[in-house]
Design a protein around this ligand. Structure first.
Ligand SMILES: Nc1ncnc2c1ncn2[C@@H]1O[C@H](COP(=O)(O)OP(=O)(O)OP(=O)(O)O)[C@@H](O)[C@H]1O
Ligand SMILES: O=C(O)C1=C[C@@H](O)[C@@H](O)[C@H](O)C1
Ligand SMILES: [Mg+2]
Length: 175
């Protein structure tokens, strides 16, 4: 199966966009791009350092600029957790490729994020119930954007491995 346009992975921090992106790109033999990593390269510093020194609004502007400037090509692109939810990024994403929302329960996200330390500034220092509350709060605003994705992978319903699920969907549209 051959990708003809980018496949964008989106969803909340910790849903596995970066981890899965690498695996999918390997399986499909296409490049793996990670919007956070592309920005870190341009900034010459980590996302956390950028947000902590210049603020979230400056980060969102940079994120949106790069998404718009980027010339679409067949690849897997793992987006940042907030990327679809600011400016008109979701339209840019939908115009440039196929978008997939990886929808995971709050508890799973919290478990995975409980060891992230200071690397994710929006949830830095939060643990246990406080972390779950913060995730739920952010999600209640963000879900309206995530749900604009072309495909939605529901972890709790399918329990099927997301890589398998996506490869299956791709083979169906290929036919
Ligand atoms: N399928 C999985 N099962 C268990 N743990 C996972 C899985 N996928 C990712 N993780 C773990 O969850 C954490 C977050 O994963 P990852 O960095 O891929 O998420 P992300 O969606 O890219 O997050 P961000 O929006 O912050 O970039 C990592 O510690 C990773 O090892
Ligand atoms: O969900 C978010 O807002 C973020 C997620 C990360 O991927 C980074 O883009 C950054 O830490 C912000
Ligand atoms: Mg990531």
């Amino acid at each position: 199966m051959q990708l003809v346009k980018p496949l964008f992975l989106l969803g909340f921090m910790g849903c596995g966009k970066s981890t899965l992106g690498k695996k999918l790109a390997n399986a499909l033999n296409v490049p793996h791009l990670d919007l956070d990593h592309m920005l870190e390269e341009q900034f010459g510093m980590s996302i956390a350092d950028f947000i902590n020194s210049k603020g979230e609004e400056a980060f969102r502007l940079q994120e949106s600029r790069l998404l718009k400037e980027w010339i679409a090509k067949p690849c897997i692109m793992s987006l940042g957790g907030g990327a679809p939810c600011f400016h008109d990024n979701m339209s840019t994403i939908r115009n440039k490729g196929v978008s997939i929302y990886l929808n995971y329960p709050v508890k799973t996200l919290a478990q995975r994020l409980s060891t992230s330390g200071d690397s994710r500034p929006l949830i830095a220092g939060l643990k246990g119930e406080d972390l779950e509350i913060k995730i739920s709060d952010l999600l209640s605003n963000r879900e309206q954007y995530y749900l604009q994705a072309e495909w939605v992978y529901e972890f709790s319903e399918t329990k099927m491995d997301p890589k398998k699920w996506i490869l299956q969907k791709l083979s169906e549209v290929d036919r």
